[in-house]
Design a protein around this ligand. Structure first.
Ligand code: M6R
Length: 608
């Protein structure tokens, strides 16, 4: 989603700002802009609709100035236009702002400012900020920003430049992440550490309700009201900055093929097959704590929600503890009942998803316990939860989540094993499950080396006006994940249904040639799923069937059978999802879509 970059130091600011924006491109955006304080006074500003490359072409290559800010915008208030792109400035172009988040009371302030004679140049909520700051400015930039923010309701991560104060960046945060990079005689600002790694690994994470004054040699943080705040400088993880596509044409394909290794990293040191047990140190739960848990609630959005669904089903089945997965945005909207004995798990790749973060805060405000299951180290959800585990996928750059899903599911299976072992799961069954988990990376590698008739299935899907995905039990969230991937990458209308629900509506959509993707591992639901397959086949639908290798009956019913390695049935999502990832990838490729950056989507959704 929107990205922020700032620089103050002695080098030319423009290349640093453009480089930072390029590193944030993976997050998704529709326009970009920058502002640099000029040595002659004043601020040079450029904005363009489209890619950062278009902005780079519009900026004079030798633009002077060593203090500036830059932004990638993902439209919320106002269309995708040059005028709505950030930065925004006051009427004299002396105070310049970039902003991530949404200002809830912008319309009221806008009308008041218009009544006072201010002319607005954009439709954005952000533009009220420079004008409002201007009304408080009497030479003290920090006091003016503080006074303006005292009137603002909403979420923000923002940066402000004053033409009168070259070398100074002011940053403030409320609900939208900001990280300050500490260099030698230079300082940086970004909404995401990826923008900084080329220049420094030493960072300060700004917290909600804080303001920073950033100069080349000095960084000071306070509360928004001016109270003292001390931060220690942290060292960024080595994984930042290691993103390149290598031999692959797209990040998504690379990330699909990284799964044997990313799942191994998630398992490493956590599962003990001989003891039939597991340990997630970050959860800090003793067996005595585990037996007190009376319910588990997963919170997440999109793919992370689907991983939570798989985890909840595994927990109920193996640990016999009631477990549910909740869509984080709905959870917080409905004033949920929080029990102190329920453990909540916030599942998020980015650790920045606003709806999941909102759900975390809702649990916390009601006295509940929430632990993170997060990929990005040091992200807001990881820090807000305080305790939790990292899934160790490594950086996931493609907007469509793939390796994060399998690592989230792996982490939730590890938790299931711990919880189940503290209850009714026997040593023997636990050992079998632990061994099964440890074998998964090899099965994933074997499948990816020989993925089966994906191109044939893609031909059916890309000609379709609609496709249905179905599965039962743990295969239902896998079907949902497959449909989400196909929608977001290939824009093919499709939906996922539990097999049993098919007769209650979606069967009306069945007609000759209609592609139906069925996920049917060799588990206790297999027979009933085969019956559902007969029902759709009888209506002329063509079946793309993901089945366990050796299941000849399922294969024989399929138009396109895709075999995956046999696993413990409960672990099957870790292999059955793989063909669905490849189907979506290949379909998007065949249709010429932008695979790593699908339209309208963002890698981390930092607005509600
Ligand atoms: O970073 P998160 O895991 O919290 O993101 C949640 C969803 O926005 C994300 O999974 C989204 O659905 C993906 N684009 C799916 O591929």
């Amino acid at each position: 989603m929107c990205g922020i970059v700032g620089y103050t130091g002695s080098r030319a600011a423009t290349p640093v700002l453009l480089d930072g924006l390029r590193r944030l491109e993976y997050r998704g955006y529709d326009s970009a802009g920058l502002a640099v304080i000029q040595p002659t006074g004043g601020v040079a500003m450029r904005k363009e609709v489209g890619r950062v490359a278009a902005l780079a072409r519009a900026v004079p290559p030798d633009l002077p100035g060593s203090c500036g800010i830059a932004h990638t915008r993902w439209a919320t208030h106002g269309g995708v236009t040059q005028a709505n792109a950030h930065p925004h400035a006051d009427s004299e172009d002396r105070i310049v702002v970039i902003h991530n988040g949404i200002l809830d009371n912008s319309e009221v302030i806008r009308q008041r400012l218009i009544a006072d004679g201010v002319t607005f140049r954009s439709e954005t909520d952000t533009e009220v900020l420079p004008h409002l700051i201007r009304t408080f400015y009497d030479g003290d930039p920090v006091a003016a920003v503080r006074a303006a923010l005292a009137e603002i309701r909403g979420t923000y991560g923002l940066a402000v430049l004053f033409a009168d104060h070259p070398g100074l960046l002011i940053a403030a945060r409320n609900g939208s992440p900001l990280v300050i990079g500490v260099g030698e005689g230079e300082s940086f600002l970004a909404s995401d550490p990826h923008a900084l790694v080329k220049y420094t690994r030493r960072v300060i994470y700004l917290e909600d309700g804080e303001l920073a004054t950033i100069r080349p040699d000095e960084i000071a943080t306070t509360t928004l009201q001016g109270g003292g705040v001390n931060h220690t400088v942290e060292e960024l993880e080595a994984v930042y900055g290691s993103e390149d596509k290598g031999e692959f044409p797209h990040f998504m394909l690379k990330e699909i093929h990284e799964q044997p290794e990313s799942i191994s990293r998630c398992l490493r040191g956590r599962v003990q097959p001989r003891e039939g047990n597991a340990r997630l140190g970050g959860f800090d739960l003793s067996p005595a704590d585990l037996v007190r848990i009376d319910r588990v609630c997963m919170l997440g959005c999109g793919t992370s929600y689907h991983a939570g669904m798989v985890g909840a089903m595994a927990i109920e089945r193996l640990a016999r503890v009631p477990a549910v997965a909740e869509i984080a945005s709905e959870f917080r909207t409905r004033n949920p009942i929080i029990s102190p004995d329920t453990i909540h798990l916030a599942v998020s790749q980015s650790g920045e998803t606003a709806d999941t973060l909102g759900a975390v805060k809702e649990v916390q405000v009601k006295g509940g316990r929430v632990l993170g299951v997060v990929n990005v180290v040091g992200s807001t959800i990881a820090r807000t939860c305080g305790a939790g585990v990292y899934i160790h996928s490594g950086p996931e750059v493609a907007v469509a989540s793939t390796k994060a899903f399998t690592s989230q599911v792996t982490a939730l299976f590890i938790f299931t094993l711990m919880l189940a072992r503290s209850r009714s799961l026997s040593l023997h069954d636990a050992q079998r499950l632990a061994r099964g988990l440890m074998n998964i990376p090899e099965f994933v590698r074997a499948y990816l080396a020989s993925p089966g008739p994906i191109p044939e299935a893609v031909r059916l899907l890309t000609q379709a006006r609609y496709a249905l995905f179905m599965g039962r039990g743990v295969s239902f969230p896998v079907a949902k994940e497959g449909a989400l991937k196909l929608k977001e990458l290939a824009y093919i209308p499709c939906e996922a249904y539990p097999c049993g629900e098919m007769k209650h509506g979606p069967i009306a959509m069945m007609e000759p040639g209609r592609p139906v993707v069925v996920v049917v591992p060799d588990d206790e639901h297999r027979e009933r799923t085969l019956s559902n397959m007969q029902e759709v086949r009888a209506r002329g639908a063509v079946l793309i069937v993901v089945h366990t290798r050796g299941d000849d009956e399922a294969a024989a019913m399929a138009t396109i059978p895709i075999a995956v390695p046999a696993t413990d049935p409960v672990l099957s999502p870790l292999v059955t999802v793989l063909p669905l990832q490849l189907l979506a990838y290949q379909a998007a490729l065949a249709l010429g879509k932008d695979i790593d950056r699908p339209r309208n989507l963002a890698k981390s959704v930092t607005v509600e």
